[in-house]
Design a protein around this ligand. Structure first.
Ligand SMILES: [Zn+2]
Length: 230
């Protein structure tokens, strides 16, 4: 079983790469937020436990999250492996995941970091503008309006929400990067950290992820020769 952990700060492009990688490796992406929602919807015993915490506005304890993950890993579509997106978020969670996988004779095969410098993350995250009339979204870099500060569709003024302003984003980013660094250090110490340059175009990042996974001994459908019947 290939367990691949995808790591990256918000805005690094991890969310873009996860489904692309899943398609190439023919294994599912498992995101913990989806796990919680599915377990709650299905009313499983663990789902009900998780819901008690969510209803109280508290974080679901790591122990419950790891048990939910293990249930997910036991499903038939995960037999060849999974890509974990959004978990582990802390070194404690990473250690809990290792212990649970080891008990099943498995382990994290590779932790791939989509690496983007902090200031570039702030630039990407803080370029969002929306229009006053209808909330149409724009981005300074990826989808700028034809005329700066004016909505293409209705001509109303564009503004930045407090949440999207650079200083707010920098503060939030510092907190998130702190726990990401813990997780990176955990996997570096375990010898399975792989890093790719997230400043490149999407297809170059994808190609580098493939190269890193191949180097780690993890092969997807493309590299296995299965399709060719070899
Ligand atoms: Zn508009």
């Amino acid at each position: 079983m290939n367990v691949v952990v995808l790591l990256g700060a918000p805005g690094a492009g991890k969310g873009t790469q996860a489904p692309l990688l899943a398609a190439r490796l023919e294994i599912p992406v498992v995101a913990t937020g989806d796990l919680f929602r599915a377990a709650v919807r299905e009313g499983t015993p663990l789902g009900l436990e998780a819901r008690r915490f969510m209803d109280a506005g508290r974080l679901v304890p790591d122990e419950i999250t790891v048990r939910l993950l293990l249930e997910r890993l036991a499903r038939p579509d995960a037999a060849d492996g999974v890509i974990l997106d959004g978990f582990p978020r802390t070194a404690i969670q990473a250690a809990a995941l290792d212990a649970a996988l080891t008990a099943r004779g498995a382990g994290v095969g590779a932790a791939v970091l989509v690496d983007v410098p902090g200031e570039e993350l702030v630039r990407r995250m803080s370029g969002r503008w929306i229009c006053r009339a209808n909330g149409h979204p724009y981005h300074e870099v990826s989808s700028p309006p034809r005329v700066a500060g004016v909505c293409d569709l209705d001509g109303s003024e564009l503004y930045q929400r407090a949440d999207d302003q650079p200083d707010t984003i920098r503060t939030r980013m510092d907190q998130q990067l702190g726990s990401l660094r813990e997780v990176i250090d955990h996997y570096r110490a375990a010898g399975c950290l792989r890093s790719v340059d997230g400043l490149q175009a999407i297809d170059r990042v994808a190609a580098d992820i493939d190269a890193q996974l191949t180097a780690a001994g993890i092969r997807g459908a493309a590299g296995s020769g299965r399709a060719a019947g070899a």
